[in-house]
Design a protein around this ligand. Structure first.
Ligand SMILES: Cc1ncc(COP(=O)(O)O)c(C=O)c1O
Length: 383
C-alpha cells in the first residue's frame, strides 16, 4: 500500500485522483473533468473552487503572516469578523473561530453546558452535527454512534419539524441543536413554525437554542443563514464548509448571553482564527456579496427543484441544497452520474443530494440535469 491509499478512510475512495479545480469543474491526473454537484467538495465550494479572489487573498496573506495564535489580535482576523458579523446581523455579538464544523458544534455545546449547568443535550432525528464525541452525541445515525457509545453525552433525539415533539425536551437539557435545513440525514427544510416553536420552548425551559448552519449557511439557500427568513434567532449559530472559500474553518457566533458563559481558559484552539483562514474568509464573503450569489440562488435553485422524472418521488430542500428522493437507495444513480463526470452525494437512505456551487453557469446546470435524468432512466430500465 502506498500514496493516497495510506489515508485511513471510513468510506471507499472514488476511482480518480483529482489534481486541479476551477469554479465548478475538477480535473483528474488523466485530464478528465468532473462537475462538482457537491460530491467533490461536500458542499465546501459554495463560491466555486479556487475563486481567484480567495486565491489572491491566500497568496498575499501567506507572504505576510501564516499563523498567529488567538491570544494575539490580528488585522486579517479583525476584517473577517467584521465582514461576518455584517452578514449575521446585530443579534450575534461575538464569534469563536475554529477549523471545522464539528469544532463549531463542540464550542456551542460547551458554552450551553457552562451557561446552564446542565448535562443533557437534545437534537433531532436525522441530525448530523459531526463526529467528535460532543458533536457525535447530537448526531442521530446509529451506525455513526454505536461503536463509540462509551464516549457520548446523554442526548435525546426528537422528530424533526414536529412542534408537538418539542414538548418532550425537559428543563434538564442544556442545548437543543438543530439544522434549519437537514442535510446528511435526508434534505429537509424546517418550517418557520417549527423554528419559532423551538425558540419559544427553549425560552420557557431555559434551554440554549443552537442552529447548526454548517451546511445550510453561507448563502446556500438564498440568504446568508437559512434561518434568517424565519426571523428566529438562536443563542448560537454555527458555520463552516465554504465560509473561507475552501480553507478549513468553523465559526460559532453567539449572542451576549452565551458569550458571557465562557469561563476564563474554558475554550481555545491553536489554529482557530488563523490569519490564513481569515484572509480567505474575508475574500469569500466579499465574493458572495459582490457577485450577488445569494440572489442567484433564486434563479438557479428552482431549476434543480423542478426536476421531474418517473423515478423521483419528490424533490426537497431549499435553494441550492437539494434532495432528490427515490423509491430505492441512490447508489446506482450516484455511480452512473460519476461515470458520466458528475459528482453528487447521498442523503438519508433514499436521496441523491446536490450541493452545487452557487456560481454554476446555467449550461452546466442544464448538463447536470440532463445527466441526472439519464441516470434515473437507467434506474427505471433496470427495475
Ligand atoms: C450540519 C453539519 N454540521 C456539522 C458538520 C461537521 O462539519 P466538519 O466535517 O467540517 O467537521 C457537517 C458536515 O457535513 C454538517 O453538515
Amino acid at each position: 500500500m502506498n500514496g493516497d491509499a495510506r489515508l485511513l478512510r471510513a468510506f471507499p475512495a472514488k476511482p480518480m485522483t483529482v489534481v486541479r479545480a476551477e469554479n465548478t469543474t475538477l480535473w483528474d491526473e488523466t485530464g478528465r473533468s468532473y462537475t462538482d454537484l457537491g460530491g467533490a467538495s461536500q458542499g465546501v465550494a459554495v463560491i466555486g473552487h479556487n475563486h481567484p479572489a480567495v486565491v489572491a487573498a491566500v497568496r498575499e496573506q501567506a507572504g505576510r503572516l501564516l499563523h498567529v495564535a488567538q491570544t494575539i489580535p490580528n488585522d486579517a482576523r479583525g476584517r473577517f469578523l467584521d465582514a461576518l458579523h455584517d452578514l449575521l446581523g446585530p443579534h450575534y455579538t461575538q464569534t469563536f473561530l475554529a477549523n471545522s464544523g464539528t469544532e463549531a458544534v463542540e464550542c456551542a455545546l460547551k458554552l450551553a453546558v457552562a451557561a446552564t449547568g446542565r448535562n443533557r443535550l437534545a437534537a433531532c432525528v436525522g441530525a448530523f452535527h459531526g463526529r467528535s464525541s460532543g458533536a457525535l452525541s447530537v448526531t442521530h445515525r446509529a451506525a455513526f454512534r454505536a461503536p463509540f457509545g462509551a464516549l457520548l453525552a446523554q442526548a435525546d433525539h426528537v422528530p424533526f419539524d414536529d412542534v408537538e415533539a418539542l414538548k418532550s425536551i425537559g428543563s434538564d437539557v442544556a442545548a437543543l441543536v438543530l439544522e434549519p435545513v437537514q442535510g446528511e440525514g435526508g434534505v429537509r427544510a424546517a418550517s418557520n413554525e417549527f423554528l419559532r416553536a423551538a425558540r419559544d420552548h427553549c425560552d420557557e425551559r431555559g434551554i440554549m437554542l443552537v442552529f447548526d448552519e454548517v451546511q445550510s449557511g453561507m448563502g446556500r439557500t438564498g440568504t446568508f443563514l437559512a434561518s434568517q427568513p424565519s426571523g428566529v434567532q438562536p443563542d448560537a449559530v454555527l458555520l463552516g464548509k465554504g465560509l473561507a472559500g475552501g480553507v478549513p474553518i468553523g465559526s460559532c457566533s453567539v449572542s451576549e448571553r452565551l458569550a458571557a458563559a465562557l469561563p476564563p481558559g474554558g475554550h481555545g484552539s491553536t489554529y482557530g482564527g488563523a490569519p490564513l483562514a481569515c484572509a480567505a474568509g474575508e475574500a469569500a464573503l466579499g465574493v458572495l456579496v459582490k457577485e450577488r450569489l445569494m440572489q442567484r440562488v433564486e434563479d438557479v435553485g428552482p431549476r434543480f427543484h423542478g426536476l421531474k422524472h418517473d423515478a423521483v418521488r419528490r424533490v426537497r430542500g431549499a435553494g441550492m441544497m437539494v434532495g432528490i428522493d427515490l423509491p430505492v437507495r441512490p447508489a446506482p444513480v450516484l455511480q452512473h452520474l460519476q461515470e458520466a463526470g458528475f459528482l453528487a452525494l447521498s442523503a438519508g437512505t433514499t436521496e441523491v443530494r446536490l450541493l452545487p456551487p452557487l456560481t454554476m453557469p446555467i449550461p452546466q446546470v442544464e448538463a447536470s440535469l440532463a445527466a441526472l435524468r439519464a441516470s434515473l432512466d437507467v434506474l427505471v430500465a433496470s427495475a
